[in-house]
Design a protein around this ligand. Structure first.
Ligand SMILES: NC(=O)c1ccc[n+]([C@@H]2O[C@H](COP(=O)([O-])OP(=O)(O)OC[C@H]3O[C@@H](n4cnc5c(N)ncnc54)[C@H](O)[C@@H]3O)[C@@H](O)[C@H]2O)c1
Length: 283
């Protein structure tokens, strides 16, 4: 005969489940997105929360003194906040600060299911050997070390979920991971590093229920593309549309759609991939 579960333990279980539920309905899971203040990261926060995820939105929310263009602002980051989204300022290269953001996800919503590493920067406009060393370091640090840090901090949290898990580590790489883009060598190196990292992570995570994938956007209407146009001395980012076989720029919301698919249950069999969403730019 099975022993009836005690009232106390079922009440405790119910209380635990309730503490994971957001105000306004049952959550599909909990996600953390870096680079969330604007662009692709922001679109990913919005899409994931619209699909029922609770989201910790992380961004440095301040300029990077090593780079000549502006980063997302605190006001942009904080404007994301609502009952499903909490905005936390943190640098993706700062493991302690990022761990603080993961802890907020775990304390507030009971755990972490999806880590999206979208924070990124660009520098270039000159041949590799002439790039200012500080700018080169910024690109490598934010784009590669920042994703390594997101993995170092985020993956243990994904693995803290009990089995069977549905953890997702998703990094935003770029067409620059596979194409030799002139005057953007450090950027290309950093993004190729990300896709290499994703392949190794996918193998290390085999059998855990946690997958690792990269998304590689082509030219997408965001501040990074405006800065790239400035580096190439083009009148505007719209000039990049002609380089994409599709004939137009992409919108951040389109990339967010792929990120949301990778975050969801239908992608469970996909790991170690680098998914182009680039209007054919990589062809
Ligand atoms: N826009 C494109 O055409 C394009 C193409 C391929 C890949 N990407 C990649 O997409 C990702 C998102 O970029 P975007 O296009 O939305 O540009 P964006 O400049 O609009 O957004 C980048 C965000 O990252 C934040 N950020 C920068 N450094 C940070 C750090 N150290 N810690 C935390 N946050 C930081 C910025 O404040 C900003 O809000 C980047 O990894 C970028 O390399 C963009």
């Amino acid at each position: 005969m099975t022993r009836p579960r005690s009232m106390t333990s079922s009440r405790t279980r119910l209380a635990r489940q309730r503490s994971r539920l957001p105000v306004g309905g049952r959550a599909r899971g909990v996600a953390l997105v870096t680079g969330a203040a604007r662009g692709i990261g922001r679109a990913a926060v919005r899409r994931l929360s619209a699909e029922g995820f609770n989201v910790v939105a992380v961004d440095r929310g301040a300029d990077d003194p090593r780079l000549p263009y502006s980063m997302g602002t605190m006001a942009e980051l904080q404007s994301l906040g609502n009952e499903r989204v909490v905005a936390i300022p943190a640098d993706t290269c700062d493991a302690e600060a990022l761990a603080g953001a993961v802890e907020i996800a775990e304390r507030r919503w009971g755990g972490l299911d999806v880590m999206v590493a979208a924070a990124g920067v660009i520098a270039g406009g000159v041949p590799a050997w002439e790039l200012d060393a500080e700018q080169e370091r910024a690109v490598l640090e934010v784009n590669l070390y920042g994703v390594l840090t997101a993995a170092r901090v985020g993956i243990p949290a994904l693995l803290r979920r009990p089995e069977p898990r549905h953890g997702r580590f998703i990094a935003v790489a770029s067409t620059a991971a596979t194409r030799g883009l002139p005057m953007l060598a450090a950027y290309c190196a950093s993004k190729a590093g990300v896709t290499g990292l994703i392949r190794a992570l996918a193998v290390e995570l085999g059998g855990t229920g946690v997958t690792a994938n990269a998304v590689s956007p082509g030219s997408t209407r965001t501040s990074i593309l405006d800065e790239t146009a400035r580096l190439y001395e083009l009148a505007s980012a719209e000039a990049f549309a002609a380089q994409q076989p599709h004939g137009r720029l992409l919108d951040p919301e389109e990339i967010a759609g792929l990120i949301a698919w990778l975050a969801g249950p239908e992608s469970a069999g996909a790991t170690g991939g680098d998914y182009p969403f680039d209007g054919g730019l990589a062809l």
